[in-house]
Design a protein around this ligand. Structure first.
Ligand code: ZN
Length: 286
Protein backbone atom coordinates (compact mmCIF):
# COMPACT_ATOMS: atom_id res chain seq x y z
CA UNK A 1 0.00 0.00 0.00
CA UNK A 2 1.50 3.34 -0.98
CA UNK A 3 1.76 5.99 1.71
CA UNK A 4 0.73 9.60 1.18
CA UNK A 5 4.42 10.51 1.04
CA UNK A 6 5.34 8.00 -1.64
CA UNK A 7 2.25 9.03 -3.56
CA UNK A 8 3.67 12.50 -4.04
CA UNK A 9 7.30 11.65 -4.71
CA UNK A 10 6.90 12.56 -8.35
CA UNK A 11 5.90 16.11 -7.47
CA UNK A 12 9.55 17.18 -7.51
CA UNK A 13 9.45 17.39 -11.29
CA UNK A 14 6.74 20.07 -11.02
CA UNK A 15 4.77 18.60 -13.91
CA UNK A 16 2.55 15.53 -14.10
CA UNK A 17 4.68 12.41 -14.55
CA UNK A 18 2.80 9.32 -15.72
CA UNK A 19 3.55 6.35 -13.47
CA UNK A 20 2.95 2.63 -13.56
CA UNK A 21 -0.34 1.69 -12.01
CA UNK A 22 0.10 -0.69 -9.10
CA UNK A 23 -3.15 -2.40 -8.13
CA UNK A 24 -3.94 -1.70 -4.47
CA UNK A 25 -5.47 -4.08 -1.94
CA UNK A 26 -9.06 -3.86 -3.19
CA UNK A 27 -8.03 -5.06 -6.67
CA UNK A 28 -5.90 -7.99 -5.43
CA UNK A 29 -8.50 -8.98 -2.87
CA UNK A 30 -11.27 -8.95 -5.48
CA UNK A 31 -9.21 -10.98 -7.97
CA UNK A 32 -8.24 -13.54 -5.30
CA UNK A 33 -11.82 -13.89 -4.08
CA UNK A 34 -13.18 -14.41 -7.60
CA UNK A 35 -10.43 -16.97 -8.33
CA UNK A 36 -11.27 -18.83 -5.14
CA UNK A 37 -14.99 -18.73 -5.98
CA UNK A 38 -14.35 -20.22 -9.43
CA UNK A 39 -12.15 -22.95 -7.96
CA UNK A 40 -14.77 -23.63 -5.28
CA UNK A 41 -17.55 -23.91 -7.88
CA UNK A 42 -15.47 -26.35 -9.92
CA UNK A 43 -14.77 -28.46 -6.83
CA UNK A 44 -18.24 -28.36 -5.25
CA UNK A 45 -20.80 -27.15 -7.83
CA UNK A 46 -23.56 -27.24 -5.20
CA UNK A 47 -21.86 -24.37 -3.36
CA UNK A 48 -22.52 -21.94 -6.20
CA UNK A 49 -25.22 -19.86 -4.41
CA UNK A 50 -22.84 -19.21 -1.48
CA UNK A 51 -19.92 -18.48 -3.76
CA UNK A 52 -22.01 -16.11 -5.86
CA UNK A 53 -23.21 -14.42 -2.68
CA UNK A 54 -19.60 -13.98 -1.57
CA UNK A 55 -18.72 -12.30 -4.87
CA UNK A 56 -21.77 -10.03 -4.63
CA UNK A 57 -20.72 -9.02 -1.10
CA UNK A 58 -17.24 -8.25 -2.40
CA UNK A 59 -18.67 -5.98 -5.10
CA UNK A 60 -20.84 -4.23 -2.54
CA UNK A 61 -17.77 -3.69 -0.35
CA UNK A 62 -15.78 -2.17 -3.22
CA UNK A 63 -18.75 0.07 -4.09
CA UNK A 64 -18.92 1.21 -0.45
CA UNK A 65 -15.21 2.13 -0.54
CA UNK A 66 -16.03 4.73 -3.19
CA UNK A 67 -17.76 6.75 -0.47
CA UNK A 68 -14.85 6.68 2.00
CA UNK A 69 -12.74 9.55 0.62
CA UNK A 70 -9.56 8.83 2.56
CA UNK A 71 -9.41 5.05 2.09
CA UNK A 72 -6.21 3.72 0.53
CA UNK A 73 -7.61 0.34 -0.46
CA UNK A 74 -8.33 1.70 -3.96
CA UNK A 75 -4.93 3.41 -4.28
CA UNK A 76 -2.85 6.22 -2.80
CA UNK A 77 -4.65 9.33 -1.68
CA UNK A 78 -3.59 12.58 -0.08
CA UNK A 79 -6.11 13.17 2.73
CA UNK A 80 -3.67 14.99 5.06
CA UNK A 81 -0.45 16.83 4.31
CA UNK A 82 2.62 14.56 4.31
CA UNK A 83 4.35 14.17 7.70
CA UNK A 84 7.39 16.11 6.44
CA UNK A 85 5.36 19.17 5.40
CA UNK A 86 6.12 22.38 7.35
CA UNK A 87 4.93 21.88 10.91
CA UNK A 88 2.66 24.93 10.89
CA UNK A 89 1.04 24.11 7.53
CA UNK A 90 -2.53 23.28 6.68
CA UNK A 91 -4.23 23.43 3.28
CA UNK A 92 -7.48 25.23 2.56
CA UNK A 93 -9.08 23.86 -0.61
CA UNK A 94 -12.04 25.23 -2.59
CA UNK A 95 -14.08 23.05 -4.93
CA UNK A 96 -16.53 23.59 -7.79
CA UNK A 97 -15.49 27.08 -8.95
CA UNK A 98 -14.64 29.40 -10.35
CA UNK A 99 -17.77 31.45 -9.74
CA UNK A 100 -17.89 35.18 -10.58
CA UNK A 101 -20.00 36.03 -7.49
CA UNK A 102 -17.97 34.07 -4.94
CA UNK A 103 -14.40 33.40 -6.09
CA UNK A 104 -13.24 37.08 -6.16
CA UNK A 105 -14.47 37.56 -2.58
CA UNK A 106 -12.73 34.37 -1.46
CA UNK A 107 -9.52 35.63 -3.09
CA UNK A 108 -9.78 38.97 -1.24
CA UNK A 109 -10.33 37.22 2.11
CA UNK A 110 -7.33 34.95 1.52
CA UNK A 111 -5.17 37.95 0.54
CA UNK A 112 -6.16 39.81 3.70
CA UNK A 113 -4.68 36.94 5.75
CA UNK A 114 -1.75 36.16 3.42
CA UNK A 115 -3.18 32.67 3.01
CA UNK A 116 -2.60 30.51 -0.05
CA UNK A 117 -5.15 27.95 -1.12
CA UNK A 118 -5.81 25.23 -3.68
CA UNK A 119 -8.76 25.65 -6.03
CA UNK A 120 -10.17 22.47 -7.53
CA UNK A 121 -11.84 24.01 -10.55
CA UNK A 122 -14.44 22.40 -12.79
CA UNK A 123 -13.12 22.55 -16.37
CA UNK A 124 -16.41 23.79 -17.86
CA UNK A 125 -16.62 26.63 -15.30
CA UNK A 126 -12.97 27.50 -15.92
CA UNK A 127 -13.62 27.76 -19.67
CA UNK A 128 -16.60 30.05 -18.96
CA UNK A 129 -14.58 32.33 -16.66
CA UNK A 130 -11.00 32.30 -17.96
CA UNK A 131 -10.08 35.61 -16.32
CA UNK A 132 -11.04 34.29 -12.90
CA UNK A 133 -8.84 31.24 -13.34
CA UNK A 134 -5.88 33.38 -14.37
CA UNK A 135 -6.54 35.64 -11.39
CA UNK A 136 -6.50 32.71 -8.96
CA UNK A 137 -3.11 31.64 -10.28
CA UNK A 138 -1.72 35.19 -10.49
CA UNK A 139 -2.55 35.77 -6.82
CA UNK A 140 -0.36 32.86 -5.75
CA UNK A 141 -2.89 30.06 -5.42
CA UNK A 142 -2.90 26.67 -7.15
CA UNK A 143 -5.51 25.60 -9.68
CA UNK A 144 -6.09 21.85 -9.74
CA UNK A 145 -8.42 19.44 -11.52
CA UNK A 146 -12.00 18.69 -10.40
CA UNK A 147 -13.15 17.07 -13.69
CA UNK A 148 -14.55 18.75 -16.80
CA UNK A 149 -18.28 18.60 -16.05
CA UNK A 150 -18.75 17.42 -12.46
CA UNK A 151 -21.61 15.23 -13.64
CA UNK A 152 -24.06 13.76 -11.16
CA UNK A 153 -23.23 10.30 -12.56
CA UNK A 154 -19.48 10.74 -12.16
CA UNK A 155 -19.22 7.64 -9.98
CA UNK A 156 -20.62 5.49 -12.78
CA UNK A 157 -18.24 6.59 -15.57
CA UNK A 158 -16.40 3.90 -17.49
CA UNK A 159 -12.59 4.18 -17.48
CA UNK A 160 -12.49 5.74 -20.98
CA UNK A 161 -15.19 8.29 -20.05
CA UNK A 162 -13.41 9.15 -16.82
CA UNK A 163 -10.13 9.60 -18.69
CA UNK A 164 -11.85 12.05 -21.06
CA UNK A 165 -13.36 14.01 -18.14
CA UNK A 166 -10.03 14.36 -16.38
CA UNK A 167 -7.97 15.02 -19.53
CA UNK A 168 -10.36 17.71 -20.80
CA UNK A 169 -10.18 19.67 -17.53
CA UNK A 170 -6.43 19.17 -17.47
CA UNK A 171 -6.14 20.75 -20.93
CA UNK A 172 -8.40 23.73 -20.12
CA UNK A 173 -6.63 24.57 -16.85
CA UNK A 174 -3.14 24.07 -18.31
CA UNK A 175 -3.98 26.41 -21.20
CA UNK A 176 -5.36 29.12 -18.91
CA UNK A 177 -2.69 29.10 -16.20
CA UNK A 178 0.33 27.79 -18.09
CA UNK A 179 0.73 25.20 -15.33
CA UNK A 180 -0.59 21.66 -15.50
CA UNK A 181 -2.56 20.47 -12.46
CA UNK A 182 -0.83 17.84 -10.32
CA UNK A 183 -3.85 16.84 -8.25
CA UNK A 184 -7.31 15.55 -9.06
CA UNK A 185 -10.19 15.66 -6.62
CA UNK A 186 -13.04 13.40 -7.72
CA UNK A 187 -16.47 15.09 -7.82
CA UNK A 188 -18.31 14.32 -4.55
CA UNK A 189 -15.03 12.69 -3.40
CA UNK A 190 -16.22 9.47 -5.06
CA UNK A 191 -13.37 7.25 -6.23
CA UNK A 192 -14.09 4.08 -8.16
CA UNK A 193 -11.81 1.22 -9.25
CA UNK A 194 -11.31 3.19 -12.50
CA UNK A 195 -9.94 6.31 -10.77
CA UNK A 196 -6.38 5.32 -9.86
CA UNK A 197 -5.54 3.62 -13.20
CA UNK A 198 -6.65 6.79 -15.03
CA UNK A 199 -4.77 9.14 -12.67
CA UNK A 200 -1.60 7.04 -12.90
CA UNK A 201 -1.64 7.27 -16.68
CA UNK A 202 -2.09 11.06 -16.56
CA UNK A 203 0.46 11.56 -13.77
CA UNK A 204 -2.12 13.02 -11.37
CA UNK A 205 -2.51 12.35 -7.65
CA UNK A 206 -5.83 11.93 -5.87
CA UNK A 207 -6.34 14.63 -3.23
CA UNK A 208 -9.18 14.41 -0.72
CA UNK A 209 -9.53 16.08 2.70
CA UNK A 210 -9.36 15.52 6.45
CA UNK A 211 -11.99 18.12 7.43
CA UNK A 212 -15.24 18.62 5.56
CA UNK A 213 -16.87 21.98 6.25
CA UNK A 214 -20.25 21.13 4.68
CA UNK A 215 -20.39 24.78 3.58
CA UNK A 216 -22.21 23.81 0.40
CA UNK A 217 -25.18 22.41 2.28
CA UNK A 218 -25.20 24.18 5.65
CA UNK A 219 -26.61 27.71 5.59
CA UNK A 220 -25.47 28.34 9.17
CA UNK A 221 -22.03 29.90 8.62
CA UNK A 222 -21.12 29.94 12.33
CA UNK A 223 -21.72 26.21 12.48
CA UNK A 224 -19.67 25.71 9.31
CA UNK A 225 -16.75 27.64 10.83
CA UNK A 226 -17.05 25.71 14.12
CA UNK A 227 -17.07 22.40 12.25
CA UNK A 228 -13.65 23.33 10.85
CA UNK A 229 -12.03 25.20 13.73
CA UNK A 230 -13.02 22.68 16.43
CA UNK A 231 -10.76 20.09 14.79
CA UNK A 232 -8.26 22.15 12.87
CA UNK A 233 -4.58 21.32 13.43
CA UNK A 234 -1.30 21.07 11.52
CA UNK A 235 -1.49 18.82 8.47
CA UNK A 236 -5.23 19.14 7.92
CA UNK A 237 -6.71 19.54 4.45
CA UNK A 238 -9.97 21.49 4.65
CA UNK A 239 -12.76 21.10 2.09
CA UNK A 240 -14.63 24.34 1.25
CA UNK A 241 -16.50 25.47 -1.87
CA UNK A 242 -16.39 28.57 -4.07
CA UNK A 243 -18.77 27.14 -6.67
CA UNK A 244 -22.41 27.70 -7.46
CA UNK A 245 -23.57 25.04 -5.03
CA UNK A 246 -22.23 27.04 -2.10
CA UNK A 247 -24.71 28.73 0.05
CA UNK A 248 -27.19 29.36 2.66
CA UNK A 249 -30.67 30.16 1.54
CA UNK A 250 -30.63 33.02 4.04
CA UNK A 251 -28.19 35.75 3.06
CA UNK A 252 -24.60 35.36 1.90
CA UNK A 253 -23.06 32.03 1.01
CA UNK A 254 -21.79 30.27 4.11
CA UNK A 255 -18.21 30.21 2.88
CA UNK A 256 -17.93 34.01 2.77
CA UNK A 257 -18.92 34.36 6.43
CA UNK A 258 -17.18 31.22 7.68
CA UNK A 259 -13.87 31.81 5.90
CA UNK A 260 -12.81 34.92 7.90
CA UNK A 261 -13.53 33.03 11.14
CA UNK A 262 -11.45 30.08 9.92
CA UNK A 263 -8.59 32.37 8.86
CA UNK A 264 -8.65 34.14 12.24
CA UNK A 265 -8.47 30.76 14.00
CA UNK A 266 -5.49 29.83 11.82
CA UNK A 267 -3.63 33.00 12.82
CA UNK A 268 -4.48 32.52 16.49
CA UNK A 269 -3.06 28.99 16.42
CA UNK A 270 0.12 29.93 14.55
CA UNK A 271 -0.93 27.93 11.49
CA UNK A 272 -0.71 28.99 7.85
CA UNK A 273 -2.47 27.75 4.75
CA UNK A 274 -0.25 26.61 1.88
CA UNK A 275 -1.19 25.21 -1.50
CA UNK A 276 -1.10 21.42 -1.68
CA UNK A 277 1.72 21.51 -4.22
CA UNK A 278 3.77 23.90 -2.09
CA UNK A 279 3.28 21.86 1.09
CA UNK A 280 4.13 18.60 -0.71
CA UNK A 281 7.18 20.07 -2.44
CA UNK A 282 8.40 21.44 0.91
CA UNK A 283 7.88 17.98 2.44
CA UNK A 284 9.94 16.42 -0.30
CA UNK A 285 12.75 18.93 0.14
CA UNK A 286 12.82 18.35 3.93
ZN1 ZN B 1 -17.27 19.16 -6.34
Amino acid sequence: MASATSAITLLAAGAPQPRRWRPAVAYWGTAALHGAALAGAAWQPAWWPWLLGGCALNHAGVAALAFVPSNRLLGPVLARLPPDAPRDAIALTFDDGPDPAITPQVLDLLDAHQARATFFCVGAHARRHPQLVRQIAARGHAVENHSMNHGAMHGFLLPAQLAREVSAAQAVISDLTGTAPLFFRPPFGVRTPATEPVLSRLGLHCAQWSIRSLDAVDGNAARVARRVTSRLGAGDIVLLHDGLATGGRRGAPSVLIALPLILQALNARGLRSLTLRHACAAAQAA
